[in-house]
Design a protein around this ligand. Structure first.
Ligand code: BES
Ligand code: MN
Ligand code: ZN
Length: 459
């Protein structure tokens, strides 16, 4: 999709009409905006996506939208730059669809090629340009997450990280099984045991800030397929588990994005990547793993694998002496039960920063809602035979499922001695039917990560 000021002859004019109905009469696309304007930030994003969604539904590939029209719907406090950035991001995200494995139709896939936006002021144009860069990166993240498990193994995910970093200052390296054995990453390797696919610890480094400035470290769960292991998932729950590397995909593209936007910050991305398979060589319930931290873990459930690989990745993060660590993981189905598909759950070791994280989530568009990590939940980690267990052994093991994941990671984050936030993004792994995004991966939380990096850069 490209943005331009001049209106081509064939462009379909877009206008906004009161009410919920929209229509296309062959010349003009009339988009229903509701009954009030300006809109809230959230609704503004949705209206902008709706424009593209309607254009595609009507097979229109070139549209014209007046800048003043767009701005009239944005919250009044928005600058021209922000209007452009938010609208540009929304347009490009709404245009994406996962068609890589579909045969090309005669007239090609329906995409909006050109959006003419006459009368855009200079700051607005810069906003649109940034919005396009941001959303293109998010769409690339969605593409990785959407790719089937057979074609997105840990080694292929490492290749994808190298490809994402191409042409930028980002350095990518990865550790394989032998290197991880030498380091003693027993938790990650325990999960990897069941699969013939070689595990990877992917590391991306972007040095855009002062060399003396401590980096922000992003950690993303990279389970390329989650069968549940020996405690295999019931059939209808295994569907979509090729997207269990969505957190890793978000980290890969957030680091690449920081470099492309030339943000003055040091950023490290760490993606522990494995396939959680069921086989004769898979870890068993009751197995005890020795993590990189030295802590031993009793595996009471082979399907609670995300926290195991993240534990070693969090310990590995220590060597970068981080200023802040943020992880994203499709960690628990319970987060979906709690929040539906509307927001990711988050937990942090800095309770006083909860409002700040929520605000960054809100402004970025990756909505976040907090859960507690109170001491009262320590019982969740108790183990009879190891230092900790990966699911609760007393009480109802289904209670506080999302907090349990957070408590487990908190035990490893403790040793980092810095602020840490855990984003359980299972609710935002896929798009919901109301957000005008194509089916499949939603690209969360790339925008939240970007907001964190930008905040970190200002200091
Ligand atoms: N990857 C899943 C969680 C998940 C489920 C993400 C549905 C997105 C959609 C994770 O590895 C898992 O299996 N979690 C278990 C944890 C349980 C065994 C404590 C779960 O949620 O059931
Ligand atoms: Mn699992
Ligand atoms: Zn998983």
């Amino acid at each position: 999709m490209k943005f331009q000021p001049n209106v081509p002859k064939k462009a379909v004019k877009t206008k906004f009409i009161e009410g919920s109905l929209s229509r296309f009469d062959g010349k003009t696309l009339s988009v229903g905006y509701g009954t009030t304007k300006p809109l809230s930030r959230r609704k503004f994003v949705l209206l902008m996506r709706k424009v593209i969604s309607l254009a595609k539904q009507n097979k229109v590939d070139t549209i014209a939208v007046g800048y003043k029209d767009i701005k009239s719907f944005a919250p009044t406090e928005f600058s021209d730059y922000e209007v452009g950035k938010i609208a540009g991001t929304a347009f490009v995200m709404a245009d994406y669809e996962y068609t890589t494995y579909k045969s090309k139709p005669k007239d090609g896939f329906v995409r909006v090629q050109t959006v003419a936006i006459p009368n855009t002021p200079k700051a607005g144009k810069e906003g649109f340009w940034h919005g396009e860069v941001i959303a293109t990166e998010i769409n690339a993240c969605r593409e990785l997450a959407n790719t089937p498990g057979s074609d997105m193994t840990p080694v292929l995910l490492a290749d994808a990280a190298r490809k994402a970093a191409r042409g930028t200052k980002v350095e990518v390296s990865s550790l394989g099984r032998t290197e991880m054995e030498a380091l003693g990453m027993g938790a990650l390797l325990g999960v990897a045991k069941g699969s013939p696919e070689e595990p990877q610890l992917i590391v991306m480094e972007y040095k855009g800030g002062n060399p003396k400035q401590k980096p922000i470290v992003l950690v993303g769960k990279g389970v390329t397929f989650d069968t549940g292991g020996l405690q295999i998932k019931p059939g209808d729950h295994m569907y979509e588990m090729h997207m269990d590397m969505s957190g890793g995909a978000a980290v890969i593209h957030a680091v690449a994005l920081a470099a492309k936007l030339k943000i003055k910050a040091n950023v490290v991305g760490i993606i522990p990547s494995v396939e959680n398979a069921a086989s004769g060589s898979a870890m068993r319930p009751g197995d005890i793993l020795t993590s990189l931290s030295g802590k031993t873990i009793e595996v009471l459930h082979t399907d609670a694998e995300g926290r195991l690989i993240l534990a070693d990745a969090l310990t590995y993060a220590k060597r970068f002496k981080p200023a802040l660590v943020a992880d994203a993981a499709t960690l628990t189905g319970a987060a979906l039960i709690t929040l539906g598909e509307q927001a990711s759950a988050f937990m942090t070791n800095r309770e006083e920063q909860i409002p700040e994280f929520m605000q960054l989530g809100e402004e970025s568009g990756d909505y976040l809602w907090p859960l507690p990590l109170w001491e009262e939940y320590d019982y969740i980690l108790r183990s009879s035979f190891a230092d900790m267990a990966n699911i609760p052994s007393s009480g109802n093991s289904r209670y506080a499922g999302t907090i349990g994941g957070g408590k487990f990671l908190e035990a490893f984050a403790k040793e980092l001695n810095c602020p840490w936030i855990h984003v359980d993004m299972a609710p935002k792994m896929t798009s919901n039917p109301e957000e005008f995004l194509a089916k499949g991966a939603a690209g969360a939380p790339v925008r939240f990560f970007l907001a964190l990096i930008q905040k970190h850069a200002q200091k």
